[in-house]
Design a protein around this ligand. Structure first.
Ligand SMILES: [Zn+2]
Length: 267
C-alpha cells in the first residue's frame, strides 16, 4: 500500500472510530437535533474543501516547493537535525496567534463566528467554517509557510498533525478518567477546546492552540477549570439565535457585526 493510501485509510479509520466513540461516550449533552446540524456542517465543510483545493493548495504548494529548494525562514536558523521538529513547532505556534487574531480582529471574527455559532461541539464542527474564511486566511497561510520555511516533509507533517488534532479536540468524546488532563499537558484535548467554545467570553478567550498546549501554558491562556456540564456551547450576541439558519449563516459575515455580550452562566 502506498504511503498516500495508508494515510487516507488511517484518516477514514480515525473519523469512523471517532464518530462511533463520541456516540458511545459523549462528553457533553446534545442540544440540537443531530441530522440537520450535521448536514449544515458538512455543507460548510464541502465549501471549504472546494476553496482549499482550487485556491489555497496550489498557492501554498508553490511556497512549499521554493522552501524545499532552498532552506528559508525559521528553518534556516535551525541545525539540520532539528529542522523537521522545529519547523512543525513554529507552524503550530504561528497558528496559535492566527486563532487569537480571528477572535480579536472584527473583520476576521465575522468569519470565525460561523464556526463558533454551532450550539453543539463534535467532530463535524471541525470542518464547519465559512468557505470564504479559507480565502480570508490565505494571506496568513502563505506568510506562515514562507516565514517558517516549511519544506514538503515539514508542511505535510504539520498538516497531518493539525487535521488530526482539530478532528479530535472538536469531538464530543469523553476520554477515560485522567486521560484528558494528562494529554492536555502536551496536546489540545476535547475538554480544553470545549472551554474555548463556551458562550462566556472569559472562557472563550482561552485555549487558543490547535496543536500543542505548550503555547497556552506559555502565555497563561490555558484553562482546565471549567466543568463541561457548566458550559453552554456557542456565541452570545443579539443575532446569534437567528443566524443558526443555514442560509443566514452563509450571509452572516456580510451583515453588521453584532456587539458581543458576556453570557451569564445558564446552568
Ligand atoms: Zn475560536
Amino acid at each position: 500500500m502506498s504511503a498516500r493510501r495508508l494515510l487516507i485509510a488511517g484518516a477514514a479509520a480515525t473519523i469512523g472510530g471517532l464518530l462511533w466513540a463520541e456516540r458511545k461516550r459523549p462528553l457533553r449533552k446534545r442540544t440540537e437535533p443531530l441530522l440537520p446540524r450535521t448536514a449544515t456542517n458538512l455543507l460548510l465543510g464541502a465549501s471549504c474543501a472546494l476553496v482549499i483545493r482550487a485556491v489555497e493548495k496550489p498557492l501554498v504548494d508553490r511556497v512549499v516547493a521554493a522552501n524545499s529548494k532552498d532552506v528559508r525562514g525559521v528553518m534556516r536558523l535551525l541545525p539540520r537535525q532539528l529542522r523537521l521538529v522545529g519547523g512543525l513547532l513554529a507552524m503550530d505556534y504561528a497558528y496559535y496567534w492566527w486563532h487569537v487574531a480571528t477572535h480579536k480582529v472584527p473583520f476576521l471574527w465575522r468569519f470565525h463566528r460561523v464556526h463558533h455559532l454551532d450550539r453543539d461541539l463534535d467532530s463535524s464542527t471541525a470542518i464547519r467554517f465559512h468557505g470564504l474564511d479559507m480565502l480570508v486566511s490565505l494571506p496568513f497561510r502563505l506568510a506562515q509557510t514562507r516565514l517558517v520555511g516549511a519544506d514538503r516533509a515539514t508542511h505535510d507533517a504539520w498538516q497531518n498533525f493539525f487535521f488530526g488534532s482539530v478532528l479530535v479536540h472538536h469531538s464530543n468524546l469523553a476520554l477515560p478518567e485522567g486521560w484528558d488532563r494528562n494529554l492536555s499537558r502536551v496536546l489540545t484535548t476535547p475538554k480544553m477546546h470545549g472551554i474555548h467554545h463556551s458562550t462566556v467570553l472569559s472562557e472563550q478567550d482561552s485555549n487558543w492552540t490547535s496543536g500543542f498546549s505548550l503555547w497556552d501554558r506559555l502565555h497563561g491562556t490555558f484553562r482546565g477549570d471549567v466543568p463541561q456540564g457548566a458550559i453552554t456551547i456557542g456565541v452570545e450576541d443579539a443575532r446569534a439565535p437567528a443566524d443558526h439558519d443555514t442560509a443566514r449563516l452563509l450571509e452572516a459575515p456580510f451583515r453588521a457585526l453584532p456587539a458581543r455580550t458576556d453570557a451569564p452562566r445558564s446552568r
